[in-house]
Structure formats: C-alpha cells, structure tokens
Unconditional design. Structure first.
Length: 121
C-alpha cells in the first residue's frame, strides 16, 4: 500500500512521484506492487471504495462500515466478514501511508525553501 501511495499521491503542485520520475525519464524507478492472484479482487474493491471516500480539507477520511455496506449493496458484491476485515486493514494502511507521504512532501518542500533562501532567491 505504501508504495502505491508514495508514487501516486499528488504534492502541492499536483504532481506525483510517478509523474516526476517519468518527466525525468526515470519511469523505471516507479515500483508496482505485486498482488497475489487470490487477493486481486480485494485490491480492486479497495480502490473502488477509495474513489468515493470522504475527505476533509483534502485529507482522506477512514472508510466507514456504513460506506462499505452501501457500496457492497449498490454493486451487489458478495463479501464475507473476512473480506471486510481485510478492507478495513487496507484502509488503515492506506491512511498511515498517506499521512507519512504528506509529511515527507512537506519536509521536502521545507528543504527546498531553505535551499532557495540560502541561495538568496
């Protein structure tokens, strides 16, 4: 999860690490996680849910059981309780990775500003 968030979360300029790597002809450095075949359905379900997640001032909010149930009912998805447990665990991992990536982006921004200040720009 952290790899996907790391490379696909836009910074304040709206650019992701993946886009930046591609811009500098370094697209080969972008990592793609390998999802075991028997878990691909959960990976797809999670990103379906993520596409409709609530946010507060641009910060993604945790998926609620009510949102998951509404999505499941609307999409007529047959899911067992284990699937729900995994989806919630994926959501926790996503939110932690998102928070860490935003902190890293802020640290890089601050370092750039300090560098520019030292250069007198």
């Amino acid at each position: 999860m952290s790899v996907v968030v790391r490379y696909h979360t836009p910074d304040d300029d709206g650019e992701t690490r993946a886009q930046r790597a591609e811009r500098f002809n370094r697209g080969d450095t972008v990592k793609t996680p390998e999802i075991p075949e028997h878990f691909e359905y959960l990976w797809g379900w999670f990103w379906d849910l993520d596409n409709s997640r609530q946010s507060d001032q641009g910060t993604p909010q945790p998926l609620t059981y009510q949102e998951i149930k509404a999505w499941r009912d609307l999409c007529e998805v047959e899911a067992v309780s284990w699937d729900m447990t995994v989806l919630k665990a994926m959501d926790i991992a996503f939110l932690k990775a998102y928070s860490a990536e935003k902190r890293a982006q802020e640290a890089r921004k601050k370092a750039r500003e300090e560098s520019m200040k030292q250069l007198g720009k």
